[in-house]
Structures are given as C-alpha cells and as structure tokens.
Design a protein around this ligand. Structure first.
Ligand SMILES: [Ca+2]
Ligand SMILES: [Ca+2]
Ligand SMILES: [Ca+2]
Length: 332
C-alpha cells in the first residue's frame, strides 16, 4: 500500500525589495536603475528584466526610460510586474563662451558679425542656437547699435549678452576737380552728396573749397585761379543744397537731432565779435554757446545742454550786425 503525497508549488514569488524610486534627473546625467529583489517559499526566485523602453522627450537631450521586472520561481510561477521610470530633462541655460566686445566701426564698415564679432555658447544637452537682434538709434550717419545676443538650447532655456556697436564717421569728404578749372565736387564715405556742405571763399588767386560731412568732418582744398586766366571760371552751381555764396555766414549744427550736446561750425567771411545762444520757442535764452571773438573762416564750437529740453529750440547767431538762426531738435 502506498501513499503518494504530491508537494507542489503553485505560489508565485513575492517581492522583498522594491525597484528604485521613480526619479527626474537633469541631462547630461544618465539614469541609474535599481532592480528589485524577490523570494519564494519553495525554490529560488529569479528576477528578470523584461523590458527597457526609452521614449524621446519633447526636445533634444530629454527622454523617459522605464524598466520593468518580474520574478519567476523554479516552477514557472511569475510575480506581478514592477517598474522604475527615470525622466531626463534639460532646465539648464547654455553657457556663454564668448560675448563679442563693444566695438567702434566706421559707418561704411559692415555691421555683420563676421566683422564685429560672433557669440559662442555651449550646452550640456543640445547644440544651442545663436541669434541676435539689433536696436539702433541713428544720429545722422552715426549710430549706436545695441546688439542683444541670445543662445537658446533645444528646450527653450536661453542666455543673453549685450554688445554695443558704435558706428562713427571719422573720415572727411574728398574733392574732385580741385586741380582743374570750374566747380569742385565733394563726396563722402557716409554722407550722401546732397548732405555735404560745400562752399568756397576766394583770396586773390586762390579759391579755398570747404566740404563738411554730416558728422562735422572738414576737408579743404585750394584751387589755383591764376592758371585759369585764359579759361572762364563758371559761377558755382547749386549742386549741393547748402552751397553758400561768398560773403554769406554759414552755420552748421550737427548732429541734429542731438542727444545732449551739439556742435556748431560757423564759417564767416570776416573776423568779428558776436554771440551764439540757444533760445526756446518763446524766444527766451536758455544757454549761451559763445560770446566774444569769431575768427575769419571756420569756427568750431560745442555746447552741452544743462537740462533736457522737451520742446523745440533754436540757435541764434549775432555777428557783425548779421543774424542767423535755425531749429534744433533734442532726441528722445
Ligand atoms: Ca513558488
Ligand atoms: Ca540646457
Ligand atoms: Ca565722412
């Protein structure tokens, strides 16, 4: 007589420790998983990793990675499945490796970053995209460009830096025809021909031409009238809007509109005494620019306003019994 007792195992293994906790980490850190442990009443429990799935995030360098485990005993009984999920994100701004330095360029030079400098930056998760935007305040043919550089990673984190590009005109106009007969013309690297102030004064057999660009750079040339005795010298043609005939007083204010200081070039045929004042719209004197002697030829004066004028103002020049005035605008 026999008795058969079958000892079977129909019980699944149980988890003794959980997998690592779900977590969020910042790239470029790599996920580190902790597998769970299991035991079984009858035999050994083997923990198997049954999947390892990576889902790309919404931007480069980010993703979600999930591992799933299950435990199985020697009889093939399986436990419940457990998972650990690690999310990799990018919330870190790129790092600037170079912000272009402030630079002064001539107005006919290129403002392109190839000439004025290019920002560089790095990011731990993606290649940052470098862009810039310019805000410029023109002042005649001079201007200050405030260039805001921006490096942005694929997840929208960004960093900015600022570069000032000062565009100046430091080059005087040049002449054509000074060694010939007839009218001389002037051209400039920045000012259009019609914006160059061009005039002459005669002194015996010499005709001195003066050209002033919008930024106040002056050049002169002497034309020899004696060699033209046999040729008929034509009268100056009104090629330039501001051409002045001999004997006139010429006043040039620049820049106009101006910020806080304005420069005057006053050309007079004879030395004399006089005043140059700034007056408001009611004709009241705001500030004196100069009082006293003026030399024959070109007088250069500069004034800085003591206080900002919200309304239009004028300059008034009184010299040798003659009066000249003009409008000045102070920019915002
Ligand atoms: Ca079992
Ligand atoms: Ca980043
Ligand atoms: Ca110039």
């Amino acid at each position: 007589m026999t008795q058969t007792i079958t000892v079977r195992d129909i019980t699944s293994p149980t988890w003794t420790t959980s997998p690592g906790a779900d977590a969020t980490i910042d790239c470029p850190s790599e996920p580190v998983f902790t597998a769970p442990t299991a035991s079984d009443e009858c035999s050994t429990a083997t923990v198997n990793e049954i999947s390892d799935v990576t889902t790309p995030g919404s931007c480069t360098g980010t993703y979600v990675r999930t591992k799933t485990w299950e435990a199985v005993d020697d009889c093939g009984n399986k436990s419940s499945q457990v998972t650990q999920t690690i999310t990799v994100r990018d919330i870190t701004d790129p790092v600037i490796t170079y912000c272009p330095l402030d630079i002064v360029i001539e107005c006919d030079e290129s403002e392109d970053p190839a000439n004025t400098g290019q920002m560089t930056a790095t990011d731990t998760c993606s290649d940052p995209v470098i862009t810039y935007s310019d805000k410029s305040t023109p002042n005649g043919c001079q201007q200050i460009i405030v260039r805001t550089w921006r490096a942005e990673d694929a997840c929208g984190n960004f960093v900015t830096c600022t570069q000032n590009i000062i565009v100046r005109d430091r080059t005087a106009p040049t002449f054509t025809g000074c060694d010939g007969i007839g009218d001389v013309t002037a051209s400039d690297n920045c000012s259009a021909t019609e914006n160059i102030t061009l005039f002459y004064r005669d002194n015996g057999t010499t005709r001195t031409w003066t050209a002033i660009d919008e930024s106040g750079n002056i050049n002169t040339c002497d034309q020899d009238l004696s060699v033209q005795a046999s040729a008929s010298l034509v009268d100056p043609v009104q090629t330039n809007s501001t051409l002045k005939a001999e004997g006139d007083i010429l006043v040039k204010a620049f820049p106009n509109p101006f910020e806080d200081s304005v420069k005057f070039l006053i050309d007079i045929p004879e030395a004399g005494e006089g005043t140059l004042d700034l007056v408001n719209i009611l004709g009241q004197k705001i500030q004196s620019v100069h009082s006293g002697k003026f030399v024959k030829g070109t007088n250069s004066l500069e004034v800085k306003l003591k206080e900002r004028q919200t309304r239009m103002l004028f300059y008034v020049l009184n010299i040798n019994g003659k009066k000249k005035s003009g409008k000045l605008i102070q920019s915002e």
